[in-house]
Design a protein. Structure first.
Length: 325
């Protein structure tokens, strides 16, 4: 399975998120104000029209947000000056559109059908979760949040570290900040539909911006069939990539094991079921591989779990290749 095919199966739902938001906005503007309990209160009547319009416009923006944003001069200037890790606007702003929908629905239920207050309470809790998810996804595109957990990775001047599934370079930049002497290889297919332009041009620009061009070699390839010889790397990292490979996750781990030198360490960062991922991915979080699943897959492929933990809501594991392998 190709990397982008697996990723887009998880992220390709963004188009209907925008469509569902547009439908919700229309309902808030047209149907809800027609309810007697709402139409008899001028503040509620006007408020639902306003919120519905905001949801409708926000949803339409999500459907074509990146294309619209690039036409705005002040955003083009900001884009030229800042790091850009390519996250689509539907992913970073979508949760906040959902917050408006959930809160408006909760108010409408509480006013028009007070007996259904438990449903209104549940919607309010969901809105709080979506708000937190919006904060997390917005942070994903910021340089200050391009960080990694403090773990034992090779850092000498002769060390070569593989960033598998680099995308636009968020993890590569973080590696460069943490490991001042090591050299890196950033690998990706660069044809993902959910990162602007596939990511390679953004990666090159971000590396220049971070002053890492001389220390990073960019390679095009597939995580399930790495284009490197055996025992080529002292260490490796893959953040939010191998966990998107569907049924090929174990094959991705097996390839990482193959290209590591004996005793080499691989930092895996993955989405796993939990509250943080629920705020970001909602019901899709229920279908993620669990920590126990990842441990079993790592063991089956020949890795030993040397360390694990959580940072910024994501699970990480340091997997070690046996010294004699």
């Amino acid at each position: 399975m190709k990397i982008n095919e697996a990723i887009e199966r998880n992220h390709g739902h963004m188009w209907w998120v925008g469509a569902a938001g547009a439908a919700a906005g229309a309902v808030l503007m047209i149907y809800v104000p027609s309810l007697p309990a709402i139409s008899n209160a001028l503040l509620l009547f006007a408020g639902f029209h306003l919120v519905g319009a905001l949801v409708l416009l926000g949803s339409l923006y999500l459907l074509g947000g990146n294309r619209i944003a690039r036409r705005l001069p002040f955003l083009r200037k900001k884009e030229a000056e800042d790091f850009d890790f390519g996250w689509p606007l539907a992913f970073t702003y979508g949760p906040w559109v959902a917050v408006l929908v959930m809160v408006a629905a909760a108010v409408a239920i509480q006013v028009a059908a007070p007996a259904w207050w438990p449903l209104a309470a549940c919607l309010t809790l969901l809105a709080a979760g979506f708000f937190a998810g919006g904060l997390i996804t917005r942070a994903s595109g910021q340089y200050d949040h391009a960080v990694l957990p403090f773990v034992d990775l090779p850092s000498g001047e002769n060390s070569i570290i593989l960033d598998g599934g680099s995308g636009a370079g968020r993890t590569t930049v973080a590696l460069g900040r943490a490991l001042k002497q090591a050299r890196f290889v950033a690998l990706d297919r660069f044809d993902s539909g959910y990162i602007s332009g596939g990511g390679q041009s953004l990666l090159e620009r971000n590396l220049r911006r971070a002053g890492l061009t001389e220390r990073v070699r960019i390679e095009r390839g597939d995580l399930t069939a790495l284009p490197f010889p055996d025992r080529a790397f002292d260490g490796a990292v893959s953040a939010h990539a191998i966990d998107h490979l569907g049924t090929m996750k174990e094959q991705g781990l097996r390839e990482m094991l193959r290209v590591l030198k004996p005793g080499g360490r691989f930092l895996l960062i993955a989405w796993v079921p939990g509250w943080t991922m629920f705020t970001v991915a909602n019901v899709f979080a229920l279908f993620l591989s669990s920590k126990a699943d990842w441990r079993r897959m790592a063991t089956r492929t020949g890795f030993a779990v040397a360390d694990e933990g959580t940072f910024n809501g994501y699970w990480f594991a340091v997997l070690k290749k046996p010294d004699a392998a």
